[in-house]
Design a protein around this ligand. Structure first.
Ligand SMILES: [Zn+2]
Length: 168
């Protein structure tokens, strides 16, 4: 883990003080807002089954996840989700309907990112094009009440799966 207490001000090299998402220099006017990042996540359902992916990389390698990811600069939530679904599963999004959102954290490279996940119900053009990229080991079609909570990668995704009735 990176010890954020050891970080120095990029302007004057003095100590930085971190409080919630705000980082301030003790000596000069430098301030930085490490704001919450946005992510969009999709429920793709077919014949009462949900498309679930197995993560190929850390964090949470081998655990279950849903298609989606971080919003890039200049994107809407919907654009980000359609792009991520295309990248991860080669599926073309036809329509999306907002469901709900939930806070999440994401540990990467020694830094904990505070995230807000937005969940959408997604309709895709055709499942025939389904092909995973290297971010996932495999995919599963899960019925409601069938997913073991411990097998889910992130707390917010676990909660969302519970809210949608997919957990055991
Ligand atoms: Zn400074």
């Amino acid at each position: 883990m990176i010890d954020v207490k050891r970080l120095k001000c990029p302007l004057c090299s003095q100590k930085l003080v971190i409080c919630d998402s705000q980082i301030n220099c003790v000596a000069c006017e430098f301030e930085y807002f490490h704001n919450v990042a946005a992510a969009a996540v999709g429920f793709i359902e077919c014949d009462d089954k949900l498309l679930v992916l197995t993560r190929a990389h850390e964090p949470q390698r081998g655990k279950l996840h849903l298609p989606g990811g971080f919003v890039s600069v200049g994107e809407t939530l919907e654009q980000a989700l359609a792009r991520e679904i295309k990248e991860e599963s080669n599926l073309e999004v036809l329509s999306q309907a907002y469901l709900f959102s939930a806070p999440n954290t994401y540990d990467y490279g020694g830094i904990t990112y505070n995230v807000v996940d937005s969940y959408f119900s997604v309709v895709v053009k055709s499942l025939a094009s389904l092909k995973l990229n290297n971010e996932s080991l495999n995919y599963l079609w899960q019925e409601k009440g069938s997913i073991e909570p411990k097998s889910v990668a992130f707390v917010s995704v676990k909660n969302a799966l519970g809210q949608m009735g997919y957990l055991k």
